[in-house]
Design a protein around this ligand. Structure first.
Ligand code: EPU
Length: 336
């Protein structure tokens, strides 16, 4: 097998952290994965499965093997009057997959336009934006289990999707490699305009299509979120915290302006961006790290920051949010 050594990861993580992997191996099919599990580099080193690198923060050089799925096919596997089943390989860029669906007039992923990353990473954290989540369109995933060395199929139920989580982020972390994902999309799309700003803009269009929704989502994202190829970042650095309703009622008495979103029974989801903004962090910079001026949930690398500098900065944000609101912010980004 052709391992690269001391491989630079700067172009493989959207935070653009200048770091290296001891070993690096792109994988394009399951036979190569099978072969890998018998290789001594794999057996003698820790490893990490890297997707689009849009949700990771490397704090030091990775003293092990970085495995990168590089398979890139998209295929319509079944279709009936209502649904089309599309199988995409893990290495496909997520937004290329969305563009393919939208060009064909299939509905369900248009609200997830422009999310950085790969298809293989999409079920791992159940990506979501503008009123849609991956779980709404996920049908099944083909995986390779690095422990049992077997291929398997994970159905929707088996994946145990939740807000930015799934079995792949928990029990199967670093065990299951996602090979492909099959999505079930609508052949007669029903637009999801539950996100108010999206509804407002799309309503101005006569007979809006999935393409209009995609274009509008791209416009909103471009206004609010920094383009990682220009301003390195990993999207939302923290998850929106979900807290007990009773606790929320107490916080609300002191901070009546807090916004909330639906969550499980007896719980309330808060807007982490708002909490961070109310602590005065918007646009704040410390050394080479800053909070994005248009969206306080996004931390940006202003030029060659190290992973540790970003972590230290993020801890200061966590501390100040905890001091002001008594709310713990959990990173959404995978800190390595
Ligand atoms: N808000 C502020 N100040 C800010 C940012 C947000 O007050 O600096 C308020 C907004 O006014 C709004 C609320 O917070 O009322 C929510 O903001 P927004 O709709 O921008 O979304 P978000 O909750 O901050 C989540 C996702 C994003 C996704 C957007 C849009 C998480 C952790 N983040 O952010 O996903 O694009 O919703 O649906 O759930 C990502 O995961 O990397 C990501 C960017």
């Amino acid at each position: 097998m052709k391992f690269s050594q001391n491989y630079p990861l700067k172009n493989l993580n959207t935070f653009a952290i200048n770091t290296k992997a001891k070993y690096y191996l792109p994988i394009s099919n399951v036979d190569e994965l099978m072969e890998l599990t018998a290789n001594e580099v794999f057996l003698n080193n820790k490893y990490f499965i890297l997707g689009g690198g849009s949700n990771v923060l490397f704090c030091s050089d990775f003293d092990g093997l970085v495995i990168h799925m590089d398979n890139k096919g998209i295929q319509i596997v079944d279709q009936n009057d209502s649904y089309v089943y599309i199988k995409s390989d893990a290495g496909v860029i997520w937004d290329d997959f969305v563009a393919f669906c939208v060009e064909n007039g299939f509905g369900g992923v248009e609200n997830l336009s422009l999310i950085p990353g790969t298809v293989g990473a999409s079920p791992v954290q159940n990506i979501g934006a503008y009123g849609s989540e991956l779980k709404d369109v996920f049908y099944e995933a083909g995986i390779f289990n690095l422990k049992t060395k077997k291929i398997g199929v994970y159905t929707h139920e088996m994946c145990r999707f939740g807000y930015r989580k799934s079995i792949f982020k928990n029990e199967l972390k670093n065990i299951a490699v996602v090979l492909n994902v099959t999505f079930r999309l609508k052949t007669e799309p029903v637009l999801n305009l539950s996100y108010k700003e999206l509804e407002r803009r799309v309503k101005e269009i006569i007979n809006p299509s999935v393409k209009d929704v995609r274009d509008t989502v791209i416009a909103i994202r471009t206004e609010k979120l920094p383009d990682p190829s220009i301003t390195p970042n990993a999207g939302s650095f923290f998850k929106n915290p979900v807290i007990e309703k009773n606790t929320f009622d107490e916080i609300l008495m002191i901070h009546p302006s807090l916004k909330t979103f639906p969550a499980d029974e007896g719980k309330v989801k808060l807007a982490a961006g708002q909490l961070i903004e109310l602590c005065g962090w918007k646009s704040k910079q410390d050394g080479k790290v800053a909070v994005h001026p248009n969206q306080a949930l996004v931390i940006i690398n202003k030029g060659n920051a190290s992973g540790n500098e970003i972590v230290e900065f993020s801890k200061e944000i966590q501390d100040s949010v905890f001091k002001k609101f008594g709310v713990i912010l959990e990173p959404e980004v995978n800190i390595i």
